[in-house]
Design a protein around this ligand. Structure first.
Ligand code: DOR
Length: 440
């Protein structure tokens, strides 16, 4: 399909920017939305999409993924990851720097951008990773959605765990700092204390709630001292949520993952090391507090932290088993299933998974169905349920912690920059995403 083709989506339940769902038509010309009305008369040149019974949402923007390229392509690569994205309704992603080589320089960032341009079906942005020594790169590397600091749960150059190392990063520059907030000192101490235990449930004890709270407190303290834009990645505990409820400056944003909302320490019994991630899953009580914080706006949006590892790697006994789980192809259906069951609304899900992300990262013209906005759109089916099946997954790692979950809201059609990239199990692998822009 050429970029001059027009698409006309007919009879969709359209999620409008005011949060209302309204039956109507949407015209797309080139890569933009050009008309929204209750009825649009087709032109001869329109390719018509019959959306009867489907709901039209802005494409999901996933603000935290690990897509493993370059260097770890046996787990995932930018092509397989983008197939997983379009089938899950994700049209843009922000990717993390723990690849090989690490994304800690302009050259490494340029390399990722080039790889993505050649093989990604969706839009992409990359974080620049902080080390204790790359302050200048952190300030100058472009385009980057922000700086990533692993305060804990990492190793090698990307681990920046002491206040003395972290403070200069907050002190210099203006761009967004996203933190993986876990206290590495405490984790190391507790690893020693619990050494020799191979039950993966111990992971949640070793990297405990206090470890998460300590690091979040430190990041907040430094953010306040320098009035520095801070984003707290994958919040996992109720105690952090309650702290932020009391004390969250206007320049701080917070995200949560579907797994920290929907899985918990009971998951280790069911799926063993597949439930192992960082920060770890917490108790069911934490699920409830995180949900409330999300509903109340203490937590701003949702990310998957898609972090694939092969089943072989995951089959190693704890603690050799690596932490992380895939998420991009199940996140939207998981959340829409929650909406369908009455826990939240479809409009809230779309805000958490698209609109609020675009706003927080300053991504222009995305995250809403409005004239002039980019035509990154998804049609989802909220009437039928279908289980998560291993054989249908597109992620290279080939598993999901949610296998067997019966979900609704599965993406039927994904439109990327005005082109149909995915339609009911079929991909148009010619479609390419673009580098995202970030306004600081
Ligand atoms: O569980 C995790 N795995 N958490 C992270 O933050 C990193 C990730 C990975 O890259 O495997």
């Amino acid at each position: 399909m050429s970029s001059t083709t027009t698409l006309l989506i007919k009879q969709a339940q359209i999620l409008l920017p005011d949060g209302n769902l309204s039956l109507g038509d949407v015209r797309i010309e080139g890569d933009k939305i050009t008309q929204i009305a209750s009825e649009i008369v087709p032109r001869e040149t329109d390719k018509i999409i019959d959306a009867t019974g489907l709901t039209l949402l802005p494409g999901v923007i996933d603000p935290q993924v690990h897509f493993r390229e370059p260097g770890l392509e046996h787990k995932e690569d930018l092509f397989t990851a983008s197939l997983a994205c379009v089938s899950g309704g994700v049209t843009s992603f922000l990717e993390m720097p723990n690849t090989k080589p690490l994304t800690t320089t302009q050259a490494a960032l340029d390399d990722k951008l080039q790889r993505a341009a050649s093989k990604c079906l969706v839009n992409y942005g990359f974080f620049i990773g902080a080390t204790a020594e790359n302050l200048e790169d952190l300030r100058s590397a472009k385009p980057a959605c922000g700086i990533k600091i692993f305060m804990g749960s990492s190793h090698g150059a990307l681990l920046v765990s002491t206040e003395a190392e972290i403070e200069p990063i907050f002190a210099k520059g203006k761009r967004l700092i996203a933190v993986h907030a876990e206290d590495q000192g405490r984790i190391i101490e507790r690893r020693r204390q619990f050494a020799g235990i191979s039950d993966p449930a111990i992971h949640s004890q070793i990297q405990d709630e206090q470890a998460a709270l300590n690091a979040t407190k430190l990041a907040l303290k430094l953010s306040k001292k320098y009035q520095r834009r801070l984003h707290i990645l994958h919040l996992s505990t109720g105690i952090e949520a309650e702290l932020l409820r009391q004390d969250k400056p206007s320049w701080v944003t917070v995200e949560v993952t579907p797994q920290h909302l929907l899985l918990n320490t009971e998951s280790y019994n069911k799926i063993g090391t597949l439930a192992q991630m960082n920060p770890p899953l917490r108790s069911p009580e934490n699920n409830e507090i995180l949900w409330q914080a999300l509903l109340d706006g203490v937590i701003d949006f949702i990310a998957t932290d898609h972090a694939p590892h092969t089943l072989e790697e995951k089959a190693q006994p704890y603690p050799k088993s690596p932490s992380g789980m895939p998420g991009v192809e199940t996140s939207l259906a998981l959340m829409l299933t929650q909406a369908k069951s009455g826990r939240c609304t479809v409009a809230q899900v779309s805000n958490w998974m698209s609109t609020a992300v675009a706003k927080a990262y300053g991504i222009p013209n995305k995250g809403a169905i409005a004239v002039g906005y980019d035509a990154d759109l998804i049609l989802v089916d909220l009437n039928n349920y279908h289980p998560v099946l291993r054989e249908q997954l597109k992620t290279k790692c080939g598993w999901s912690p949610f296998e067997g979950w019966n979900l609704t809201g599965w993406t039927q059609i994904t439109i990327l920059g005005g082109q149909i990239a995915y339609e009911r199990g079929k991909f148009n692998t010619e479609v390419r995403g673009k580098a995202l822009n970030f306004t600081e």
